[in-house]
Every structure is written in structure tokens, then in C-alpha cells.
Design a binder for this molecule. Structure first.
Ligand code: MG
Length: 284
């Protein structure tokens, strides 16, 4: 088996996690959470989304969250689902953006209300603009293994979106098991193929723990050479547009497993426990 010395964890709780919570968490509490997460020494945190507040009211305080992240000197990501969002991000001094496109046509239409081709065309324009501003670009591909509407997703469906991202200069690509239905075999095979077809690209594993298989899936992805993973404090979040999906894999679980295997993440587990305890107070 293959065990790298280091794995990078990207904390997505404050955005991908909280966006699924129907109860609005105050900006002050979100900022406390981000502060506690920064204290764990996690390298990057996804702290905001410039999605329209009507679509995801929880993310209405994107500007405040970004201002705070800049003030704190954090290395942070902000989700920019469209051109308007990208302009807002630029105005607010974001240096790392993230966009998402589904590998499943039906999911993409329900989630983003566009066909995959329409989404990719918008990404082309956004990436050009982001490059002008020298931004770091993360591409999220959702539903890379299966989809609640379409069932099994083929490798070619994933490859289509990945190819487009690669062609237009994305810096890293997060491969999402958005509904948590993947298993270690498909994860291993899919990441091997992706790495074979796109050897120059950095892939990130993004797993949900719906079937309790997130950790085995992470281990399988590591075997295929993946060295970056998204995780969410306390397993916060699912996806409001993906029926039945439970939360992202919990950062604590991933970090604990990796550290037990002697793989460094740079994250302080005691501080992580403190952040996790704070999450439990968010919805009270
Ligand atoms: Mg997620």
C-alpha cells in the first residue's frame, strides 16, 4: 500500500458545511468558528460563497466573512457560482475562488439551473477573468460517482467536465462524491484514470459519509495517489439540492485516521476538538 508522508486537508465546514443548515448562523458565530479552525493550523479554509442570498440565505454574509478572512490573514477560498459572484469576490479581495459543475446533467440542471454545457461556457469566461486577476482557481465536480437522479455516473461524464476545467487553466480539481454513494473500488479506479489522463493536475477527494464509507474511500483515493482532501468540521453539511445526502466527512475523523497512520496534516487535534465542540453550540 501507498502511504505518503503528508496529506493536505482543506476545511470546507464554514461554506460547504453551513450552506445546508436551514437555521441561520450569525456572522459572529461563523467568524468564531473560522477563528477556531485557523487555530488548528489547517492550511486552507473555505469561508464564504457569493451565491445569491435567495438561493442560499445562509451565505448572505459573504462580504463580511471575506473581510474577516482577509483581516485574519487566512488562506481561504470563496465559492463563486457565476460571473456576478466572481466580480463580487474580486471587489472583496478574494485570492482563491471555487466554481462547481455537476458531472450529472440532471443534477446540474436542478442545482445550477443550467445544462452542463451552459455551465462550462460560463466557466470559460470566469476563468479568463480570474486569470487576469491572478486568482487561484478550484474546480469542483459534483456527483462524480453516482447521482440521486441518474444513478451511476460514468467516467466519461466526469472526464468531460475535468477536461474543460484543465483546458481553461484550473489550479486544482475537487472530485465530489456528493451523495456519498461511492465505494473504495470505484474511487480507486476513477482517481487512477483521472491521474493517468491528467497527470499535471492536482486532484482533491471530496467525500460524504452517507454510507459510512468516507474513510475507506479516502484510503482508496490515497492509494491512487491523491494527497489533498476536503473535510468539514463535525461533518457539517450535505447539499440542499441533493436529497438524502448526509454530511461531508468529519475533519476530526480524517485527521485522526491519518495521524494514526503516521501521515502528517499539520493540524493540531486538540484545537480541532475545540472547534468541534463549538460547532455543537451553533444551532442553539
Ligand atoms: Mg460536500
Amino acid at each position: 500500500m501507498h502511504f505518503p508522508k503528508q496529506i493536505e486537508i482543506i476545511e470546507v465546514g464554514p461554506r460547504d458545511g453551513l450552506q445546508n443548515e436551514p437555521i441561520f448562523v450569525s456572522t459572529e458565530k461563523k467568524q468564531t468558528l473560522v477563528k477556531l479552525l485557523a487555530k488548528t493550523r489547517v492550511k486552507r479554509i473555505e469561508t464564504a460563497s457569493f451565491i445569491h442570498p435567495n438561493a442560499v440565505p445562509q451565505m448572505a454574509d459573504a462580504k463580511e466573512m471575506v473581510r474577516f478572512s482577509v483581516e485574519q490573514g487566512l488562506s481561504f477560498l470563496a465559492l463563486t457560482p457565476n460571473k456576478k459572484a466572481l466580480e463580487l469576490a474580486i471587489q472583496n479581495h478574494v485570492s482563491q475562488i471555487a466554481v462547481f459543475v455537476g458531472a450529472s446533467e440532471t443534477f446540474n440542471q436542478k442545482n445550477i439551473r443550467r445544462t452542463i454545457d451552459e455551465s462550462l461556457a460560463e466557466c470559460t469566461e470566469m476563468f479568463m477573468r480570474a486569470k487576469e486577476e491572478q486568482l487561484f482557481i478550484r474546480g469542483y465536480v459534483s456527483m462524480c460517482f453516482s447521482c440521486p437522479y441518474e444513478g451511476v455516473i460514468s467516467y466519461d461524464q466526469v472526464k468531460k467536465v475535468v477536461s474543460h476545467f484543465v483546458q481553461h487553466g484550473v489550479d486544482e480539481i475537487s472530485i465530489g462524491d456528493t451523495n456519498g454513494q461511492a465505494n473504495p473500488k470505484i474511487v480507486y479506479e476513477r482517481f487512477l484514470k483521472l491521474r493517468e489522463d491528467f497527470p499535471q493536475i492536482i486532484f482533491v477527494g471530496h467525500f460524504h459519509d452517507t454510507n459510512g464509507l468516507a474513510l475507506p474511500n479516502i484510503l482508496a483515493a490515497i492509494q491512487a495517489g491523491v494527497e489533498r482532501f476536503d473535510a468539514s468540521i463535525s461533518g457539517l453539511g450535505g447539499c440542499p439540492f441533493s436529497p438524502g445526502a448526509t454530511g461531508n466527512v468529519a475533519t476530526e475523523k480524517v485527521v485522526s485516521m491519518l495521524h494514526q497512520m503516521g501521515i502528517e496534516t499539520g493540524i493540531d487535534e486538540r484545537n480541532l476538538a475545540e472547534a468541534s465542540a463549538f460547532v455543537k453550540t451553533l444551532f442553539k
